[in-house]
Design a protein around this ligand. Structure first.
Ligand SMILES: O=P(O)(O)OC[C@H]1O[C@](O)(CO)[C@@H](O)[C@@H]1O
Ligand SMILES: [Mn+2]
Length: 396
């Protein structure tokens, strides 16, 4: 047998045995272990574990069932990464790559209709009034919101793709948007449209899932540039596999390439434009270790000051998805009516907005009585992904 082939088989066995031990640790509430790989973030994770220990009294050990869910869930994905790192030569393998690709292909009809919509829009936008532009951007913000239903961690990696065109359902879905701050975003973006030619508006998108959601984000970013609402869009992705479907650099490039190479003229045109945007610096891709740490965002200025400074350059930061919301609010049991800006605590690098479907039991900034009314009617309203928010906070 070829020596490389044999090495690969051995590495695979090693990784599988690591994962079965990991599953057992999780299922039997074993103590949280320090990481043993040598990655750039290993020390930060181990320091975070030490910090978790300080939160417990009488020398108790943090364990899987007795630690904050946000921490433990992030830790689980980091341990999966550890299992791969310790299994060379397959260390760089993305264990979720197949399901991410599958989800992209499953959603293709829905993506095609969005690409066609965008190209059609571009064909007629030169005569658009501000009211018409506002309406269009509102539509695409909602498309990007509902795109967040399609994550693969909620479905345990099972097919959760978008089968139908979202555009035709937007009106029906409106009733499920619990916080709609789209006009606050519009006011920021309008400044660019109404400003002189030299004005610059930078929008940042902290990405969430690859597949359908990523394409909705690309469509939104493309429209913001084309409609003269922004001059540059900066994307932030993950350094490695995370929460099954989160976007890595490879997913980002792969998605643009796949769109470009597809046998559909609208989608292929989109792919071409997106590639050019990157080349010309109108789109910029960033990655930072901080996004795959367990830390709440109110610690960013201290833990990742370079990233905080980068976000401060933005006119508007869009945080996609549920996990970002949990990290923004610290995944606390806030009262439903606490203002979003208060739940962010000291995290105010730039005007920001969460675009998220509800999949975890944290929600702030609701009108009096709304949370209680929903709880009485639907026990799973916070975790089903049926409801969404487009929730804005200015710099305070
Ligand atoms: O991709 P998103 O929107 O961040 O969702 C991830 C969410 O999925 C879950 O893993 C399971 O619902 C949540 O814990 C997490 O917040
Ligand atoms: Mn995700």
């Amino acid at each position: 047998m070829c020596v490389f082939f044999q090495e690969g088989i051995e590495a695979e066995k090693k990784a599988i045995s690591f994962f079965s031990k990991l599953r057992n640790e999780l299922q039997t509430d074993k103590p949280i272990l320090a990481l043993s790989d040598q990655q750039p973030d290993t020390q930060i994770w181990n320091q975070y574990l030490d910090y978790q220990k300080t939160l417990l009294s009488n020398g108790e050990e943090p364990s899987w069932f007795r630690s904050p869910w946000l921490y433990v869930e992030c830790y689980m994905y980091r341990r999966i990464q550890e299992g791969m790192c310790l299994s060379p030569p397959i260390s760089g393998f993305d264990v979720f790559e197949d399901v991410k690709k599958e989800s992209f292909f499953q959603s293709q009809p829905a993506m095609l209709s969005l690409c066609a919509h965008l190209q059609e829009l571009k064909g007629k936008m030169s005569g658009f009034s501000n009211t018409e532009v506002r309406e269009e951007i509102h539509k695409l913000l909602q498309v990007s919101l509902w795109g967040n239903k399609c994550d693969l961690s909620i479905s345990g990696g099972q097919d959760n793709s978008q089968k139908t065109s979202v555009l035709s359902s937007l009106e029906d879905f409106k009733a499920f948007i619990l916080v709609d701050d789209m006009d606050s975003l519009w006011n920021i973006l309008l400044r660019n449209r109404d400003g002189n030619n030299e004005s610059r508006t930078r929008v940042d998108i902290v990405l969430d899932n690859a597949g359908f959601e990523l394409v909705t984000d690309f469509i939104l970013a493309d429209a913001m540039l084309s409609l003269n609402l922004a001059t540059e869009v900066h994307f932030h992705g993950k350094v490695g596999p995370w929460y099954v479907s989160d976007t890595t650099k490879h997913d980002y490039d792969w998605t643009i390439q796949k769109c470009l190479a597809t046998n559909n003229k609208w989608m292929s045109k989109c792919g071409q434009t997106w590639k050019e945007n990157l080349k010309k610096g109108r789109w910029v891709y960033h990655q930072h270790l901080f996004w795959t740490l367990p830390h709440e965002y109110c610690t960013m200025a201290e833990v990742a000051p370079d990233l905080y400074t980068e976000l401060q350059k933005s006119d508007l930061v869009l945080f996609k998805g549920d996990l970002n919301y949990r990290k923004l609010t610290g995944d606390r049991k806030w009262d439903y009516t606490v203002p979003f800006s208060e739940a962010l605590r000291s995290f105010h690098p730039a005007p920001l907005c969460s675009i998220r479907t509800l999949k975890a039991d944290v929600q702030v900034g609701l009108q009096e009585g709304v949370g209680e009314r929903l709880s009485a009617a639907e026990t799973d309203w916070m975790i089903s992904g049926k409801y969404g928010v487009i929730q804005f906070s200015p710099v305070v």
